[in-house]
Each structure stands twice: as C-alpha cells, then as structure tokens.
Design a protein around this ligand. Structure first.
Ligand SMILES: Nc1ncnc2c1ncn2[C@@H]1O[C@H](COP(=O)(O)OP(=O)(O)O)[C@@H](O)[C@H]1O
Ligand SMILES: [Mg+2]
Length: 328
C-alpha cells in the first residue's frame, strides 16, 4: 500500500506537525507501508481525460498512490492544496479525509451549522457582521463572549471578551480597520474555562482521549498554546458525541474537542488533521499505526468506484455519495 502525505513544511523541521510526519514515516517503515511526503506546490494540475493513472509532480508523471493523507491547514495552503486533493480524489485515490470535509470543517461556522442540523450540542454561535450590533450579541449570546476567526487553528485567533465594553471597543476597532475579516461570536462555556477534552477518532472509533489544561491564567486549552495533557477516560456520552460528530462530518481521522457543559458536554470543534504529539505523550496509543491499519482495511476494496451524476436526483446527493465512496 502506498500513501502520500501532503505537508507544506520541512519534514526535518522543529514543529510538532513535522515531528508527526516523521512518526508516519517511521511507522510506515515498520508496517511495510510505502509513505511519501509531498508539498502541495510540487504538483501541477493538468486536467485531461487522457491519463487517469498518474499525476504531475515536479514536472514528472508519477503513478497514483492508494491513499492520500492531507496534513496541511486550509488557512495556510488554501485553494491550491484543496485542488490537489480534489484532483487525486477524482482520479479514484482514496483519502482520509475528503476535500469536501476538510473545507467544511476548516470553516468553524459551517461545522456548527452541520452539527446543529443533526441535533448535536454546540455553543450558540453567530457570524459577525460589521458594524456589529452589540445589543443583538448581548441578547442572543451574552457576555463574556468568545470571538474566533472563522478559519483559525491552534488557538490562534481565539479571544475571550470579558464584558460588553471590551467587546464593543474591539469590534469598533476591527470595523474601522478590517471590516472584511470573517469572525464568529460564541457563547462562553464557563464551566470549561481553561479545560477541554480531545477525542481522537479513527475510522468510527475513539482510539484515545485526553483532557487538556491551559496554562495558568489562560482560557485556551490547546496543546500548541502550552496546555498540559492527561489521559481522559471517556464515558459513553463523550464517545457517542465524538463518533457521531466524525460521522456527520464524514471524517475518517478526526480530533473532536468537547467542552464541559452544565450537563454533559458540548462540542467545541472538529479538526481534520489533528496533532497527536501530546496525545501519544499521555496515552498508550500509536496514532500513525491506527491510521495505517484503518487504511489497510479500506485498501482491500481497490480503487474508489467512479459514480456518475445521472444516478442521482441532486448534485448534493451525488457529491455525498462520491465522498462516501472515496472512504469506503
Ligand atoms: N465557547 C467556548 N467556551 C469556553 N472555552 C472555549 C470556547 N471556545 C473555545 N474555547 C477554548 O479555546 C480553545 C481554542 O478554541 P477552538 O475553537 O478549538 O480554536 P482552534 O481551532 O484555534 O483550536 C479550545 O480548545 C477551548 O479550550
Ligand atoms: Mg481547537
């Protein structure tokens, strides 16, 4: 089985993401999985009916792999990387996770829209519109309020506004300087201040979970923001929420973050290529191995079947079916 990882940093670099790529390479060697790492910009996307067996990399035709594992953030690599994933998908390469899911989950509002549609608990969330109607935010969400950039990751672009006047001042500043920025406002889940739960789901199962605890005085519990991590023994409800969220968003590999709510949990967000350096440090789990094992189970089915539009009533049905086929 050959797996291509899409990554846009130096593999030997110092980041946690680069460390994780090296873990995939190491486990691939142990398991006899042929793992190669490419940057999105190494690809050229020639769209043509003539060749469905290869793709251009560094100007050379290279035979397609069995799987792709995208590990680049949409906020960094944008349209181009999504176009590369789509090209590979359309050529029948299986993918964990699909371009449709990656794009949807990168958008925090879209994620909440999908979860609410399926009656899953999430904090009340609102898309910002400038000039901001502070009364409206106060009435529907209340203060303190969490402000997030729509596409942010790793806790960058998440702010807690403690009260109405701090919020109003900041919004006036943004409205005057950068009114086209996409922001969301979200109800602050006070019970979870500085703590959350990361549930790691692979192919429909929770393989490990941990509680993340923010540094003293911080409210964001991201590992990349310096939070400490301890293994978490999930109850049935936490498992149900994580598995169902991954299912609804059609994610084969997912980091589902839960907040402690007054009763049970509420879903903070989903991540399509969750880090696992912190998780492996506190749980007895081998994340790359679990992902490759899941791929091997699916690989036995061969190339993803091509589906044609005529078989479906609507384009949305067609797309949903195509996305499902890619991961069967
Ligand atoms: N509504 C909220 N209430 C309380 N804490 C929150 C809320 N939203 C986010 N947080 C905290 O901030 C962290 C980062 O927010 P998140 O939405 O996951 O952004 P990112 O994608 O940057 O990780 C979360 O892990 C959590 O600890
Ligand atoms: Mg997060």
């Amino acid at each position: 089985m050959e797996v291509w990882i899409l990554f846009n940093e130096e593999v030997e670099g110092p980041s946690a993401e680069a460390f994780e790529i090296r873990r995939f390479l190491e486990e691939g060697r142990n398991m006899g999985v042929d793992v190669k790492v490419f940057r999105p910009e190494q690809f050229d996307l020639l769209v043509s009916e003539r060749d469905r067996e290869s793709i251009l990399i560094d100007g050379q035709r290279i035979k397609l792999p069995d799987f792709i594992l995208p590990r680049t953030y949409v906020v960094d690599t944008g349209y181009f990387a999504l176009a590369v994933i789509r090209q590979l998908e359309r050529l029948g390469v299986r993918v964990f996770n699909s371009s449709i899911s990656i794009e949807m989950v990168a958008d925090k509002l879209h994620t909440h829209q999908a979860l609410v549609e399926s009656s899953l608990p999430t904090p009340e969330t609102m898309l910002a519109k400038f000039p901001v109607d502070v009364d409206l935010v106060e009435n529907h969400i209340g203060f303190p309020v969490v402000v997030k950039t729509l596409l942010g990751v790793n806790g960058n672009g998440v702010f807690l506004m403690e009260n109405r006047s701090a919020f109003a001042d900041l919004m006036a500043l943004i409205g005057a300087t950068n009114p086209n920025i996409q922001l969301i406002f979200q109800k602050f889940i006070a019970k979870s201040k500085g703590r959350d739960i990361r549930m790691f789901v692979v192919d429909g199962e929770v393989i490990a979970s941990m509680e993340r605890r923010a540094r003293e005085g911080d409210f964001k519990a991201n590992y990349s923001q310096g939070a400490s991590v301890v293994e978490f023994e999930p109850d049935e409800e936490a498992i149900r929420l994580a598995v169902r969220t991954a299912e609804i968003l059609n994610l084969q590999v997912a980091g589902i973050d839960l907040l402690y709510a007054d009763e049970g949990y509420t879903i903070c967000e989903a991540n399509t290529f969750p880090g696992f350096k912190g998780l492996e440090s506190c749980c007895n789990v081998n994340v790359p191995q679990e992902i490759f094992k899941a791929m091997q189970r699916h690989h036995a089915k061969g190339k993803a079947e091509r589906v044609t539009l005529e078989e479906f009533e609507t384009f949305a049905e067609f797309e949903a079916n195509r996305a499902a086929k890619l991961q069967e």
